[in-house]
Design a protein around this ligand. Sequence first.
Ligand code: GLU
Length: 365
Amino acid sequence: MDADLEHLLFIYALQNAVKHNSAPKSGAVIGTVLGKHPEFRSRVREIGPLAGKVVAKVAAMDGPERKSLLAEIAPELLDELTETREHSRELPALLGAENGVVMRFAPNPSGPLHLGHARASILNDYYVRRYGGRYVLRIEDTDPRRVDPEAYEMVLEDIEWMGLGITDIVYQSDRLDVYYDWCRKLIELGGAYVCVCEAERFRDLKLKKKACPCRDRPVEENLELWQRMLDGEFYEGDATVRVKTDLDHPDPAMRDYSAMRIVNTPIHPRVDATVFPLMNFSVAVDDHLLGITHVIRGKDHIANTGRQRYIFDYFGWKPPVYYHYGRMGISGVVLSTSSMREGIRSGVYTGWDDVHLGTLRAIAR
Ligand code: GLU
């Protein structure tokens, strides 16, 4: 048996015992040794019995004896226990942020805010404070099906409770004309077209990487159809504006995605309209027009970042710097607004501040 390995196990067993002021735990000692010396991983079977022997030896000593022996044969391991570690607590720097930033928090008013929103909004808030600049609250209410009229107020209350340093508030439903305008420009550039194919047929073609018959329609005709959409001549699902992307894109969801659609029901609580931008279009247009410099959002938006880039490219706009953080789940805590709503409706939860929910109002309560 390897004297080095036995020695390593012995000193880490001593460290473990000193740290916890008790007999060393064999599993923890083995874990530490293999973590620090991966070269022994292939011999994991031999280590068990050897660790057992070493641990028994250390267990037979008393506290002061362990400590003085560790100080003698491996003083650095004793130091590790007493060091007050000076970790850098600072989050990583943002690229190109030296002269200040413009960032945004962009919730949908579909319910009150929950821990997922807190994560996004507090990270963005931190960087605005760190670099200075503006922090835009953008209420993303362009999907009438996902707007809860009461959520407008709840979102503001939750933001105040978190103490975010919001400097500007923008409601996307106030900006429909802006999106209509940029949609027309995109059509004029040949970057978008009105598609009147049935959804099913479009999906089949898209999966085969084939263009639908609408794709090559002349710009003039597209503009006419677009005007007819705005004039209310089409019903929900009968016409949509698609961004021309790449029909060969490996991800079918990137191919000619929808930018504008018609929604006849439900009626939007804030505006009298039936044509609404889809998220990727309104987000890209707003990120540009509001001068957003940095976007921090979840990895679930990575594909959207790809979709939004097409719009930036068509218009020759410089995109913001994007960062995506990993997914978060907290076991036993509900974070989906639609499941919360359903649970409240059916009486499983008492309300938005039910303690089983991951809402900020449940935490506040
Ligand atoms: N409104 C979007 C959402 O809540 C966020 C858009 C974005 O961060 O780009 O998912």
